[in-house]
Design a protein. Structure first.
Length: 277
């Protein structure tokens, strides 16, 4: 059994080679994840990091247990924390619209997050929190065994390609650890910058093509027609340089820090932002 993904956790190796956690303080036993429901139950009772102290409901994730596509986001927001379900807020409604645009629905896919509990005030997840949840996400991926993993935003993309920027990498089919990875922007980015809507629509068309087995060369980026690209933004050169989807440049001095969390969109001022057209 590969124990590398238990990260910083205090893991004991048993005589049979499995890993276990002491459960005297309510910590999850990580050797009892034979199916998705067992993983979800362990998440519901997990107290492996401080996020468990402030949550209303953990959000294990869910969907088709044999989905060809698995979407990985950053973490629960306000509505997800209230309901215990992934992507049920404004970003989730937009995700549903994007899926519908390529004749897919939520029941066709599996949706999970890097962290399973809402970070306070929707701040970025901290490394210990990401590490604490890694065992659950890793097992979910193993059990679903999707044909394609779609990473939503920079945190999920950074799981596979740390140090790379999502705004330059989005729309390019990659491979890592024998899995196909397709990074896209987080739906929350579209809610903040409407000019990104066309980019997301094009990326979801590519997702559909990959799932259907249509040719898609690894590492190639789908091109947005120039006639459409000119309408995408009045700031065309800045469309893919957005601080809320990539880490702010640490060398930029005292420039204001923009929100970088992918889950900060709790309310939408204009309801029409939830539709694609």
């Amino acid at each position: 059994m590969d124990l590398s993904y238990y990260g910083h956790l205090d893991v004991d190796v048993l005589d049979d080679g499995t890993a276990s956690r002491d459960t005297r303080h309510g910590s999850a036993k990580v050797d009892q994840m034979d199916n998705l429901e067992q993983v979800a139950e362990l998440i519901r009772n997990c107290d492996d990091c401080s996020l468990s102290q402030g949550r209303i409901n953990p959000v294990p994730g869910g969907g088709n247990p044999h989905a060809p596509v698995m979407f990985i986001g950053e973490g629960p927001g306000l509505q997800e924390d209230r309901q215990g379900l992934p992507f049920v807020g404004a970003a989730g409604k937009l995700l549903d619209s994007l899926l519908a645009s390529v004749d897919m629905k939520r029941e066709d896919v599996f949706v999970a997050n890097m962290v399973k509990c809402r970070p306070p005030e929707n701040r970025d997840p901290a490394p210990p929190e990401l590490n604490a949840c890694a065992k659950y996400l890793n097992r979910q991926i193993e059990l679903v065994d999707p044909k394609l993993i779609v990473t939503l935003g920079r945190f999920a993309f950074g799981r596979y390609f740390p140090g790379e920027g999502i705004t330059k990498a989005r729309g390019q089919l990659r491979e890592k650890d024998s899995r196909k990875i397709f990074p896209v922007l987080h739906p929350a980015a579209v809610l903040r910058r409407d000019e990104l809507r066309l980019t997301m629509i094009e990326d979801f068309k590519t997702i559909s093509e990959i799932v259907k087995g249509e040719p898609k060369e690894v590492g190639m980026e789908p091109m947005v027609p120039m006639s459409k690209a000119s309408d995408m933004s009045r700031e065309n050169d800045q469309v893919f340089q957005l601080s809320f989807v990539d880490d702010p440049d640490p060398t930029a001095g005292s420039s204001p820090r923009f929100e970088t969390s992918a889950v900060n969109v709790e309310e939408v001022t204009h309801p029409e932002q939830l539709s694609l057209f």
